[in-house]
Write a protein that binds this ligand. Structure first.
Ligand code: C2E
Ligand code: MG
Ligand code: MG
Length: 511
């Protein structure tokens, strides 16, 4: 039997404890064959070491897991802070950062960057009419299409809502305009949403960066150019020029003045005759709004209707137009026959305004005017976005007995088969189709075919923008029954129109 105090296993035990304490958790001591109480201590310490080792490994594993999760979260945060959640494109922050870098490179002699700012023309109609789900799908598809037209050194970003941007570092003006045209062409193609197609279209502002400029200023100027593109009738590209700031300020001014224009009685209605071509009989008038501006004089719709649409003033303006036009028709009671109609233009926003049918039926009742004496004109692009809310509203108006007419047909996505599904009774052919009659035989044949197709759907046709006797005769020969244009009379104030209407007795419409 070994004396406990000179047992060398005790020294080995001390060594083991020192090793374990210093972190070497794999250190172990083999028990001796003696299997005495010292061996029992050795085995006990081995077991504790084993346990400790396992616990440590476990802990380390969990720490590694946690670190990885934190890392991922940090990367997600970074991505979220720099990318748009819906489309995965760069966001405004990332774009501004890249613009800053590109301008810095321009300081060192590289060509300055160019920014395209794109805004969808019909997105509001799609989103309000078909719901946000449909709107989101269009935005994601827009992101794909834009990404497909750029190089991988370019950045495509979504700035929010339906606003997108493309940054092209070091490009020429020619190159930038080529990309802008390609982007425009991509966005003019239809977007398929299940069984329906919608059109979004876009307006694009182009701006080149300058040395010393900030990203914010470059984006602001591109935005100003985009507004100039929208004001030119949408669906086009404008390169920034300094004088555009003036126009942008003017738009703001117009928006703020429009509010008081209605209240202070600055709006006027002019009326243009709509004529039965075969007899020259005036069968209806179209009401066109004008703004007698205290400083700027008489303004035409192009100067304020787009601003009214964007700023929401259009609903109030539209109410005034409806009230005035219906009231005027009531005043003409003794002058015009029973079938005589007044036509009023409606913007898509007005069509979707929930109280429209009630407003119209109350106004008609107030003036004791029968619903079939009112015709509402809605432009083709306003309807062709496949806007369900808009179509429902038109259906309701038709049930009231009001006529609904599609305006400017032939300028947008004219689809004859789509006409069948619209709740309308008249199609107004745009003046651009008629103006080319004299010079283009093919155009004449095309319009003739259009008249026959529209006729086969049981719809009436009115040609607008008739300026000459020749055009009128061609229209008659092609089977068009009604026309409107300066050849028959310009839009004029109610007083003048009253004289025209009372000058000769007007025979009743032959249909
Ligand atoms: P629109 O409904 O297509 O009206 C026809 C436009 O063509 C009118 O311009 C009219 O003055 C003009 N025009 C008439 N005859 C001829 C012609 O022989 N040749 C040519 N080149 N042009 C002719 P206006 O009055 O400037 O109106 C422009 C547009 O503004 C209208 O187009 C309509 O979409 C809109 N608008 C007019 N009044 C209202 C309104 O009260 N509410 C709304 N929402 N829009 C309106
Ligand atoms: Mg019209
Ligand atoms: Mg028109």
């Amino acid at each position: 039997m070994t004396e406990p105090f000179d047992d060398k296993r005790l020294d080995e035990l001390v060594d083991l404890i020192v090793q374990l304490a210093s972190g070497n958790l794999s250190a172990r001591l083999a028990p001796s064959p003696a299997r005495d109480s010292v061996d029992a201590v050795i085995t006990g310490i081995n077991l504790l070491a084993e346990e400790l080792d396992l616990m440590y490994q476990n802990l380390e594993h969990r720490v590694a897991e946690r670190t990885a999760a934190l890392d991922q979260a940090r990367r997600d945060m970074e991505r979220l802070a720099l990318n748009d959640g819906l489309t995965g494109l760069a966001n405004r922050t990332l774009l501004a950062d890249r613009i800053g870098q590109a301008i810095a490179r321009a300081e060192r002699g590289e060509r300055p960057p160019c920014v395209l700012l794109l805004d969808l023309d019909e997105f509001k109609n799609i989103n309000d009419g078909l719901g946000h789900g449909a709107g989101d799908r269009v935005l994601v598809e827009v992101a794909h299409r834009l990404s497909s037209v750029v190089r991988n050194t370019d950045t495509v970003a979504r700035l929010g809502g339906d606003e997108f941007a493309i940054l092209m570092p070091g490009t020429t003006e020619e190159g930038a305009l080529r990309i802008a045209q390609r982007a425009l062409a991509e966005l003019q193609k239809p977007f398929e949403l299940g069984d329906r197609a919608v059109w979004a279209g876009a307006s694009i502002g182009v701006c080149f960066g300058q040395r010393g400029q900030t990203a914010d200023l470059l984006l602001r100027d591109a935005d100003t150019a985009m507004y100039a593109a929208k004001a030119r009738g949408r669906g086009n590209v404008q390169v920034f020029r300094a004088e555009m700031h003036h126009a942008a300020r003017e738009r703001l001014q117009v928006a703020s003045e429009l509010g008081v224009a209605v209240a202070q009685g600055q709006l006027r209605l002019h009326y243009q005759p709509i004529v039965e071509l075969a007899t020259g009989t005036i069968v209806a008038v179209e009401a066109m709004v004008r703004w007698m501006h205290p400083q700027r004089g008489l303004l035409l719709p192009v100067d304020f209707i787009p601003v009214a649409e964007d700023s929401g003033h259009i609903v109030e303006l539209g109410h005034w137009v409806l009230q005035t036009a219906i009231g005027q028709l009531s005043n003409w009671r003794e002058t015009v026959p029973e079938s005589f109609q007044v036509h009023v233009n409606l913007a898509p926003v007005e069509v979707r305004w929930p109280g429209l049918d009630e407003f119209i039926s109350t106004t008609l009742q107030q003036h004791a005017v029968a619903p079939n004496r009112l015709a509402l004109e809605v432009s083709e692009t306003g309807l062709m976005t496949g806007d369900i809310a808009g179509l429902d509203a038109l259906q309701t108006l038709r049930r009231l007995g009001v006529s609904v007419e599609i305006d400017d047909f032939g300028t947008g996505y004219s689809s004859i088969s789509y006409l069948r599904r619209l709740p309308i009774d008249t199609v107004k052919i745009d003046q651009s189709l008629i103006s080319e009659f004299a010079t283009d035989g093919d155009q004449t044949a095309f319009v003739g075919a259009m008249f026959r197709l529209i006729d086969s759907l049981g719809l009436r046709t009115v040609a607008e923008g008739v300026e000459t006797a020749t055009q009128m005769e061609q229209l008659l020969a092609l089977g068009c029954r009604y026309g409107q244009g300066i050849f028959f009379g310009e839009p004029r104030p109610a007083g003048d129109m009253t004289q025209v209407l009372s000058a000769r007795p007007i025979p009743a419409r032959s249909t």
